[in-house]
Design a protein around this ligand. Sequence first.
Ligand code: NDP
Length: 271
Amino acid sequence: TREITGLTRVYGILADPIHHVKTPQMLNALMAREGRDGVMVPFHVASDDLATLVAGLKAMKSLGGFVVTVPHKTAIVDLCDAVSDSARRIGAVNTVRREADGRLIGEMLDGKGFVGGLLAAGIDPKGKSVYLAGAGGAANAIAFAFVEAGISRLTIANRTRAKAEDLAARLAEAYPAAQVEIGTPDPSGHDIVVNGTSLGLKDGDPLPLDAARLAPEQIVAEVIMQPEETALLAAAKAKGCPIHFGKPMLACQLDLMADFLGMRALPGAGA
Ligand code: NDP
């Protein structure tokens, strides 16, 4: 077992509720594998106290950084000293690094993790047309990551149309050459079809799109990790479509978080 000493880097995860998070287990195991002297612990904080906690964390010299999840991903943006361009455009941050001078640097890795998970499965979205159901937090991050990955065209379909229009407008502003349109529940005519909504988490949820219209050449991908095979993926499989689970998004994101937070051992690097 590893010993925690006065040199151990401390990392946190900010969430409310927090009992269900799995990131500490996974990143602690990663640091142990890397031989890195660090530990991640839960920082359970309510929204009203977020600013107070973050101000204190800036003063904590042994802090390496923290992961941010529901419900703090949007509120944390303005509490960082700097955020990446894509995090600024998405309007959300899920990973924050503390620099030696106390500055907090925010990044949003949800979308990059999703695209990285596709790439790891041998699916390169470059030049492909993408249908995305949803316009919430996950869908926003995924939409930006797809455009950054060089897809040929994006169709966004969301129950609340205004949110899809708002996302399309922000994409067009950031990437004037991007082909973005608002769609219907019909995903026909796209190479990759993605569920970016929360529909499918619960038994009996309606499908997030019209699965009867799926054709066998379309790749159908999920953000939902549990259940692993959602009703949408089952319907897609029955139609003969290749399917892509939600899990690889998380696996890839953990790698990106570890890199961003400096959790990998650098030969000769001090604590
Ligand atoms: P949000 O609450 O921000 O967005 C929810 C989305 O689902 C919206 O587009 C919403 O539409 C839509 N939606 C919800 N209920 C319905 C309904 N009854 N009918 C039609 N549309 C509906 O959630 P997130 O974006 O943060 O999370 C979405 C999913 O992504 C979750 O299931 C989460 O588990 C998953 N996720 C997975 C990650 C991974 O690593 N695999 C990482 C992050 C999230 P509307 O705008 O109309 O409300």
